[in-house]
Design a protein around this ligand. Sequence first.
Ligand SMILES: *Cc1c(COP(=O)(O)O)cnc(C)c1O
Length: 221
Amino acid sequence: MGIAENIANIKNNLPPDVCLVAVSKTKPIEMLMEAYNSGHKDLGENKVQELLAKYEALPKDINWHFIGHLQSNKVKYIAPFIHLLHGVDSIKLLKTISKEGLKNDRVIQCLLQIKIAEEDSKFGLAPHQVRELISSDVLNNLPGVKVVGLMGMATNTENIDKIKSEFASLKSLFDKLKGTPFLPDFNIISMGMSGDFKEAIACGSNMIRIGSSIFGQRFYP
Ligand SMILES: *Cc1c(COP(=O)(O)O)cnc(C)c1O
């Protein structure tokens, strides 16, 4: 099946409040253009160099999501245009993003990445670090960045109960933070990929990041 059909099939079965990010990492421009021509404008990438090349080549009304681990020294390259940063996991990074946001006359929207999986390879803040961060006045002093939600990745396992309990823990943290006055525009919970997005939605996700089920298998990570 084609890319447009894959996107339509996923979207037709999504609850209306769930946003689909089509993860186009490693895929060629022509495939991204197919998604765009079908009317889909939210695309996700995880490497700065690759994102820049695609940004240059493609229409300027695409909403680019950065879903990878971002190094502070690379923020400046994507600060002029990035729509949403999903993987923010340190105060140092938030400070850099705010500085680059101000330089570009922008307030850059971010999701804090929370470590919900057991695997060591997955980045993210621990729940207590997030609570410390938002109850301090750090964010008040960073006018070029806005924390609009949380992002998490479940363990890569066949164990559905484990996946669900990890997503449920992210949702519960999200609900607690959403009620606080420190985070006025806190609305997005980004969880769910090709293999687990149905579980993520059942657990309250409102943004899913789908790559292989749209663009096909990737041959390198
Ligand atoms: C690659 C990637 C995805 C998409 O993965 P699929 O299994 O291909 O849907 C989602 N989120 C992140 C953070 C990724 O790196």
